[in-house]
Ligand binder design. Structure first.
Ligand code: IDP
Ligand code: MG
Length: 152
């Protein structure tokens, strides 16, 4: 198995519901090593760039509002960005996160335990986890400068 890097974002619902420590604990337990961490004020530009592959989806406008905290009415746009490294890190982080739709996420996964869908149909699934090697590489580079990551 290759050593990979992957991006995790604690989404605004995750921090608002005090799930940050729990997410970090689960990723620790999955055997991943944290190599970068910072609070980011998410601009509209960064949000759109991060989710650019989903720009034609009907839920895209709400998704941008969600990752910027606006959907939940927060006044700032803070997100905790984390970079992890490890063997099969992308797959391990996705497995710990669970399926995108919280209703379909397996019990015991982060989203299966804590995710929910609002009456407006918005997924609140606690965290972002890069989905594949190409996305992970692009996303880690988008959110972190090279000197903000531990060398490995
Ligand atoms: P992922 O976060 O599991 O990688 P993606 O398909 O990349 O899932 O979608 C990014 C985010 O967009 C999801 O985490 C979720 O917040 C939102 N999303 C995805 N599909 C839907 C949907 O069908 N309805 C509402 N929101 C969605
Ligand atoms: Mg994705």
């Amino acid at each position: 198995m290759a050593v990979e890097q992957t991006l995790i974002l604690i989404k605004p619902d995750g921090s608002h519901r005090r799930l940050t420590g729990l997410v970090i604990d689960r990723l620790d337990a999955a055997g991943l090593e944290m190599v970068g961490a910072k609070m980011v004020s998410v601009t509209e530009k960064l949000a759109r760039e991060h989710y650019r592959a989903l720009s034609d989806k009907p839920f895209f406008p709400n998704l941008i509002r969600y990752i910027r905290g606006e959907f939940h009415g927060f006044k700032d746009h803070r997100v905790l960005a984390l970079a992890y490294r490890g063997e099969n890190a992308i797959g391990k982080a996705r497995a710990a996160a669970g399926a995108t739709n919280p209703e379909h996420a397996a019990p015991g996964t982060i989203r299966g335990s804590f995710g929910r869908i609002t009456t407006a149909g918005q997924f609140e699934n606690v965290l972002h986890a890069s989905s594949d090697e190409a996305d992970a590489e692009r996303e880690v580079r988008l959110w972190f400068k090279p000197d903000e990551l531990l060398e490995g």
